[in-house]
Design a protein around this ligand. Structure first.
Ligand code: FAD
Length: 163
């Protein structure tokens, strides 16, 4: 049975979407020599040839305009010891002076990340109250670390199942 938008409560919709376990990223970019970052878990791989990835940014996030201005961005896939970094870039902490960035492919990236993906802006699509940015990948880095996970509103660690 199909349900109209208004028949599905926002809280229930959020809870259902939040039950889909994800990794955690911080999107970083630079505009007029100022570095900006934002925590995001709406990230996916799109295409292998050409290499494309997608992120989804809410209409009220400052990062939306920063990506439009910079036309490039980095996705920092966080490791299990970077919960504090996720909290900083989602506005839950104020540790601005403690965040240090390295430079990779002309973009600021976060040291200690599990992986880095740098992109130039390929295309963008407004979908409801979010904009989906597609990035054409210009570089990748991978470290041997465990991922930080997010599910049902909590940070979690990966656990291998037996058998
Ligand atoms: P701001 O509010 O300006 O920045 C966010 C925070 O980052 C601020 O506290 C700021 O001080 C800090 N910061 C920015 N730049 C720097 C810097 N150079 N050095 C140090 N600190 C800095 N929202 C989405 O739109 N899409 C998603 O996919 C998404 N996924 C999320 C996943 C998780 C697990 C969480 C917790 C939040 C997610 N959010 C997502 C929400 C989003 O992270 C917040 O709404 C965020 O505050 C929006 O940031 P902003 O771009 O408006 O910038």
């Amino acid at each position: 049975m199909q349900q109209a938008d208004h028949e599905i409560e926002d809280r229930l919709f959020r809870n259902v979407m939040g039950s889909f376990a994800t990794g955690v990223t911080v999107i970083t970019t630079e505009v007029a020599e100022e570095v900006h970052g934002m925590t995001a878990n709406a990230f996916m791989s799109i295409s292998l040839n050409p290499k494309l990835v997608a992120i989804s940014i809410g209409e009220n996030a400052k990062m939306l305009q920063h990506i439009k201005d910079a036309k490039q961005f980095a996705i920092n896939i966080l490791s299990s010891d970077q919960e504090i970094v996720s909290k900083q870039f989602s506005g839950q902490l104020n540790l601005k002076s403690e965040m240090t960035f390295e430079s990779y492919k002309g973009l600021p990236v976060l040291e200690g990340s599990l992986a880095i993906v740098t992109c130039v802006l390929h295309s963008e699509f407004v979908a409801g109250d979010h904009t989906i940015f597609i990035g054409h990948v210009t570089g990748v880095q991978l470290e041997e670390k465990a991922p930080l996970l997010y599910s049902q509103g909590k940070y979690r660690e990966l656990k291998e199942l037996e058998g």
